[in-house]
Design a protein around this ligand. Structure first.
Ligand code: OAD
Length: 269
């Protein structure tokens, strides 16, 4: 399981953990064992729906104009996955490490809310959260009730072939903010800016950590992929946990090949 790491390596990582706080940067891989397919892995949602279309605001709008039922299908499939997913032992181990004072925070590229559900308290969601709404202008956020969301999906499927009924439904579900702009789902789509405040807090955390866990990310999407470089420059050790090598493996001090849900619980023993 731990192909590149010996017992001595594990002990040495544990001793680094005692020297200061660690930070975890997670990607889709940590949620794979919760049944959510990764972005670049085989199978799953992103083979059925081209991310160039379904993760891009302009393409989404133009598809909605031409074939609203495609958007309904996509949102139904996405949310039925997300609504069913439960945190796995990897998410719980990180929450436990925070509770024990070993881990400062989790920085995640995931939108699935699973770190919060597992009990992690300090979570920086670089790409947003599918269970929040965000004002598209002033970035004010509000929670999205899971039952209300399931109800929206049901209604959307009922009105699937009527663009006008869908538009009316969306205008009820996505209210206007006090700044008069509209709320939308809080997901950062391709080509969109990250929330500056969240990104700067994530930067601050990696600049002050003694060890960075790089978990289940291919390390190809920036600015998230820049964070391990910042940590390394400040002298932090980088520990990768991934069942395959990634684009960032070469900067890691330790590489643990295996599943996050099996490896992370080792650190709370
Ligand atoms: P990817 O799909 O690019 O990478 C997932 C990584 O997880 C791969 O390196 C896998 O080897 C690894 N992996 C799979 N199962 C694992 C497991 N059980 N345990 C540990 N590792 C496992 O996903 P991300 O790197 O998260 O952005 O992708 C980054 C961003 O690309 C996403 O947040 C998304 C996308 O564009 C936006 O939507 C803005």
């Amino acid at each position: 399981m731990m192909a590149l790491t010996t017992k001595e390596d594990l002990d040495s990582i544990k001793s680094w953990l005692k020297k200061g706080k660690a930070v975890a940067l997670t990607g889709a891989g940590i949620s794979a064992e919760s049944g959510i397919p990764t972005f670049r892995g085989k199978g799953g949602l992103w083979e059925k729906y081209d991310p160039e279309i379904f993760a891009n605001a302009e393409e989404l709008l133009s598809t909605f104009r031409q074939k609203p039922e495609r958007i309904v299908d996509f949102l139904s499939d996405l949310y039925s996955l997300l609504l069913q997913a439960k945190p796995n032992p990897g998410h719980f181990a990180l929450a436990k490490m925070e509770e024990k004072g070993i881990l400062d925070c989790v920085i995640t590229q995931n939108i699935d809310d699973l770190h919060n559900l597992a009990g992690s308290r300090k979570v920086f969601e670089l790409h947003g959260n599918a269970f929040h709404l965000r004002c598209e202008k002033c970035f004010r956020r509000m929670g999205l009730d899971r039952e209300k969301l399931a109800d929206l999906i049901n209604k959307m499927n009922k009105y699937k072939n009527s663009k006008w009924k869908l538009l009316r439904l969306f205008s009820q579900f996505f209210p206007k903010c006090t700044c008069l702009a509209r709320f939308r789902i809080d997901i950062v789509l391709f080509g969109e800016m990250l929330d500056y405040d969240i990104l700067s807090k994530a930067n601050q955390a990696v600049n002050n950590c003694s060890l960075l866990f790089l978990i289940g990310t291919s390390g190809v999407v920036y600015p998230a992929a820049q964070l391990p470089f910042a940590a390394k420059e400040k002298g932090a050790k980088i520990v990768e946990i991934n069942n395959n090598p990634s684009e960032l493996s070469y900067i890691c001090d330790y590489q643990i090949l295996g599943k996050a849900g099996e490896i992370l619980p080792e650190f709370i023993k």
